[in-house]
Write a protein that binds this ligand. Structure first.
Ligand SMILES: Nc1ncnc2c1ncn2[C@@H]1O[C@H](COP(=O)(O)OP(=O)(O)OP(=O)(O)O)[C@@H](O)[C@H]1O
Ligand SMILES: [Mg+2]
Length: 327
């Protein structure tokens, strides 16, 4: 095969691909070539982890990672098939296909999107994806302004629309679990909308659109008086956003995480609360790192963290109100 890279570049790629660079050069070259042929998708998580708050162009990431970025940044690699969903505030998402026939979703941003905010969005998406709550991040490109990710199936908006405005309790529980995982991995999503949740091909709920997301840092924690910023704002925010279209009582599981004061803001009267069906709370959060490298590799390490014991005071609003009635 024709050699297109200098020895130095090849070694950098080899390093990136975990090829033993101490092997004879010929062997390194052949390993790299075979890996590159198989590698339709670069391991973007390495790039993301290396520079979550830096722009890739300014990044001081190791040269191997910069090389990976350059290799990955080819717009021509993806053929646009159709638009997915509505044109967003910041860009448009397309179904794209590689020469190998793999399909992904490509979020194409306007030219005005800064490198820094794009890289930040990609980094936060990538981190959430590692824990199985967001579509897998394939790669991002700050020169051509796009993020390529796993293509999901249907939005929660469509699911609710086709279900007469209802959202089943299972999906509500999955939503709560997503918020809990986000709190554990210290990402505040900040944009609760039915358009920002989608189910994957297996029907698993995922959260998309990290355009407004921020790391939960000590400053935010102090300002909000909690580390669990998603749990504080997202269930209430989601119900509030949907209020115009569906009754808050449509979301009994989410309502369990809404304070009395917020319930009053949503216009839920005691009488209505008593009528809500009894529901169980999501039991535990499983933090499961789901990294799927593009090439065969040793089994992934799974991290499981037991959830905090549910606090007694956060009992079902339904049961509470029913008890209140009996008195
Ligand atoms: N991974 C994906 N798979 C399939 N469709 C997707 C995916 N990501 C986004 N979409 C579709 O594209 C739409 C816009 O995506 P997204 O919400 O990320 O963009 P946005 O421009 O930030 O929108 P917003 O107006 O909410 O800021 C989504 O509502 C969804 O329909
Ligand atoms: Mg959106």
């Amino acid at each position: 095969m024709e050699r297109r890279f200098s020895k130095q570049k090849l070694l950098a790629i080899a390093e990136m691909c975990d090829v033993d660079v101490s092997l004879p050069l010929k062997q390194v070259v052949s390993e790299v070539i075979s890996l590159l042929q198989r590698l339709q998708i670069p391991d973007a998580s390495k790039v993301v982890d290396a520079s979550p708050h830096q722009t890739p162009r300014q990044s001081r990431a190791p040269s191997s990672q910069r090389q990976q970025k350059t290799l990955a940044a080819s717009k021509d690699k993806y053929q646009r098939l159709e638009q997915l969903g509505e044109k967003g505030k910041e860009g448009t998402v397309y179904l794209v296909q590689t020469d190998a026939g793999e399909q992904f979703a490509m979020k194409q941003f306007a030219k005005t999107k800064s490198e820094k905010t794009l890289a930040k969005e990609a980094a936060l998406l990538g981190k959430a994806a590692e824990f199985g709550i967001a579509p897998k991040m394939i790669e991002y490109d700050t020169n051509n302004n796009f993020i390529v990710m796993e293509k999901l199936d249907r939005s929660l908006f469509e699911i609710m629309r086709d279900n007469g405005g209802k959202l089943n309790k299972g999906l509500q529980r999955e939503m709560i679990n997503i918020f809990k995982v986000l709190d554990r991995i210290q990402i505040f999503h900040a944009d609760p909308s039915p358009l920002n949740f989608m189910v994957d091909a297996n029907g698993k709920l995922k959260i998309i659109d990290f355009g407004f997301a921020k790391p939960i840092d000590i400053k935010m924690e102090r300002e909000q008086g909690t580390k669990e910023v998603n749990m504080k704002f997202m269930p209430f925010g989601f119900i509030l956003k949907m209020k115009e279209f569906v009754e808050p009582a449509t979301f009994p599981v989410l309502l369990m995480y809404v304070s009395e004061q917020e319930r009053a803001m949503l216009g839920i009267e005691e009488e209505k609360q008593a009528k809500l069906p009894s529901v169980s709370r999501p039991k535990k959060v499983t933090l499961k790192k789901e990294v799927e490298p593009p090439v065969a590799s040793p089994p992934q390490r799974r991290i499981r963290i037991m959830p905090p014991v549910p606090e007694k005071r956060k009992r079902s609003v339904v049961k509470k109100s029913v008890r209140g009635k009996k008195k």
